[in-house]
Ligand binder design. Sequence first.
Ligand SMILES: *Cc1c(COP(=O)(O)O)cnc(C)c1O
Length: 408
Amino acid sequence: MALVNEHFLKLPNNYLFADVAKKINAFKVSHPNADVISLGIGDVTRPLCPAVTEAMHRAVDEMATEEGFHGYGPEQGYLFLREAIVKNDFLPRGIRLDPSEIFVNDGAKSDTGNIQELVRWDNSIGVTDPIYPVYIDSNVMIGRAGELKDGRWSNVVYLPCTAENNFVPQLPDRRVDIIYLCYPNNPTGTVISKDELRKWVNYALKNDTLIFYDAAYEAYIKDPDIPHSIYEIKGARKVAIEFHSFSKTAGFTGVRCGYTVVPKELTASTLSGGRIALNQLWYRRQCTKFNGTSYISQRAAEATYTPEGKEQIRQTIAYYMDNARMMRDELSRLGLQVFGGENAPYIWLKTPGGEGSWRFFEQMLYNAHVVCTPGVGFGPSGEGYVRFTAFGNHEDCAKAMERLRKWI
Ligand SMILES: *Cc1c(COP(=O)(O)O)cnc(C)c1O
């Protein structure tokens, strides 16, 4: 008899965006002619930049020749890309990494979900709340998160990030084995200062805690004092794994490429007290379960580091951040409390009058025909907030803001 992994059954059936889609569809049935503007989706919309598509065309042509054909590549990614990553994303910030510490992947979601395989099932985990659902759900699937009660998992330590603490999470009051941090943050759009991040690294060094640091939105940071990588903090190489993605940086959500940094100095303990290098373990894991990202995607990713690529990507990010600035300004002018949107493509809005997330979502849908994402879908501390993304086009964002002005 094949027995299922019953931990999967603990996951709530409906995925947040499926619930949102259902409510939009119900609205459309009763309002067939309404023009609904979505500021809810977390996907980019601008096309790939020419530097990237040209590199992809060249790679395809190479693959059509006997000399240029590429079959299975190295599991860890091609050296040309890992060298470009080290040289462009880290060296300019004073961080020296070896290409063997970089693991190219098919996007950050896979690795942020898979990385927990490296640690025992009974490690404790802590997450900032609200968060990207992948971190908790992947732990639920192997039984590490415990049981769901009133929207909280029994074995997860939630570190609230709300207007009350200005979205600065407090260090846990007890030892936690694994901490997930995501900065700039999805969904709140807020960032962490170097001093605050240093507290986390020091906590991890003191408590032998492993930090999983998701830097997927690092390219959106404008403020020169905000860290782009946790390795800007002294000692972080001993305690942190960092995730990057070309998805939001360069519009690769459909191309698929990202990378994970596992420093050589990073170790975790065995039950008997020995120390094991996680770089070796992750390499072994990837060689067994992953067969690499396509050569074409890796050439595309490499092209983001050329002078033309850098400039073209900068322009696309500026386009989105212009939306964010406009939305922030408009919403603030309406007397609403807004957070984020300055170093990240997300705006986190406190619902007026303490309205519930879902109730505000529906009111805005029915009265303004504008879609957002209910904050409570990202965790208990998201209740009373909604998320707007800046990934739409200028015209839609402007039109949506005008409708909100009329409605509010
Ligand atoms: C979009 C996103 C990612 C990246 O996902 P990919 O799999 O690389 O497309 C990672 N982390 C967060 C928090 C994200 O929002």
